[in-house]
Design a protein around this ligand. Structure first.
Ligand code: SAH
Length: 250
C-alpha cells in the first residue's frame, strides 16, 4: 500500500516558465550539461518578475532550477522504475533514480547562468546546458555554491560517468539545409551534434542501427536523422539527413 499515511499537502507557486531550444521531450539529454550548446530563458512571472528578486544572482556562474515535470502529470508513479542508464531492463527504487515519474513531479537541474536581462516589463534569466522542455513551470531558483554543492569523492555506482557519445555525420543534403538554416536563424550545428551524439532513442534501441528516420524539434528546426552501423568499437554512427525549417512562430 502506498496510501496508508495521511498526507500533508502544500501549495507551491510557479515563479516562472522556461523558454527552451527543446520543443518536445524526445531528444532532450537525460541530464543538464550534456549539451552545453542548449539554451533557454527563465521568464519570471508576476509578482516575482522584479529586478529586486534577482539582485546579486548574476554573480553566480551556475544556478539550481527546481521545476515541475509538467509533461508527465498524467502518469502515476511506481515504487520502482527502469532507468535508461541500465538499458531499460533493470529496476531501481524511484528515489534511487532521477526518473521523471515521481510521487511529486519535481525536477532539479544545475544550469549555466549566462546573463540576466531586465526590460521594462520582464526579468529574463538566460541559461544554457539545460535539460528542460519548452513551457516547463519553474518552482525555484537558487545559486550553485561550489564549496557545498561540488562534493569531492562523491560516488554514484549506477551512473558513474557521462554516457558514451556516438559520432555524428552530415549528409551533403543536410549540410546544405544547415547552411540555409544558420543563415536565417543563427548557429545550431553544435546543438544538433551534442544532442544526437547521446543517441536520443529509447534505451532498448541504444547501440542498434536501423533504417528508420527520426525527427527532433530543436529551436525552429525539425532535425531528421538515422542510425547506421559504424565500426567494431563504436557500433553506430548518427547521420543527420535533413533539417526542415519549422518557421519563426515561437
Ligand atoms: N535534471 C533533472 C531532470 C532529469 S530527467 C533531474 O534530475 O531532476 C531529464 C528528462 O526530463 C529529459 O530527458 C526530458 O525528457 C524530461 N523533461 C524535461 N522537461 C520536462 C517537463 N517539463 N516535463 C516532463 N519531462 C521533462
Amino acid at each position: 500500500m502506498t496510501d496508508t499515511v495521511p498526507h500533508q499537502h502544500y501549495n507551491l507557486a510557479v515563479i516562472g516558465t522556461i523558454q527552451s531550444c527543446y520543443k518536445e521531450k524526445f531528444g532532450i539529454p537525460r541530464q543538464p550539461g550534456l549539451a552545453p550548446a542548449s539554451t533557454g530563458i527563465i521568464r519570471l512571472l508576476p509578482p516575482y518578475n522584479q529586478p529586486d528578486a534577482v539582485r546579486g544572482l548574476e554573480k553566480n556562474s551556475h544556478i539550481w532550477v527546481q521545476f515541475i515535470f509538467h509533461q508527465c502529470l498524467k502518469d502515476h508513479w511506481k515504487p520502482t522504475v527502469r532507468p535508461p542508464r541500465l538499458g531499460g531492463n533493470e529496476r531501481l527504487g524511484v528515489f534511487a533514480t532521477r526518473a521523471t515519474f515521481r510521487p511529486n513531479p519535481i525536477g532539479l537541474s544545475v544550469v549555466v547562468l549566462d546573463r540576466i536581462e531586465i526590460t521594462s516589463k520582464e526579468v529574463l534569466i538566460h541559461i544554457s546546458g539545460l535539460d528542460l522542455v519548452e513551457g516547463t513551470p519553474v518552482l525555484d531558483i537558487k545559486p550553485y555554491i561550489p564549496y557545498v554543492d561540488n562534493v569531492e569523492h562523491a560516488r554514484s555506482a549506477f551512473a558513474p560517468e557521462a554516457p558514451t557519445e556516438h559520432p555524428v555525420f552530415w549528409t551533403p543534403e543536410a549540410k546544405i539545409a544547415l547552411t540555409y538554416y544558420e543563415a536565417k536563424y543563427g548557429a545550431i550545428a553544435k546543438l544538433i551534434e551534442q544532442v544526437l551524439q547521446q543517441d536520443p532513442r529509447p534505451a532498448y534501441r541504444h547501440g542498434k542501427a536501423e533504417e528508420k528516420i527520426y525527427g527532433i524539434k530543436l529551436q525552429q528546426a525539425d532535425v531528421r536523422f538515422k542510425i547506421q552501423p559504424y565500426t567494431e568499437q563504436q557500433k553506430i554512427a548518427i547521420w543527420v539527413v535533413d533539417i526542415e525549417d519549422l518557421g519563426d512562430n515561437d
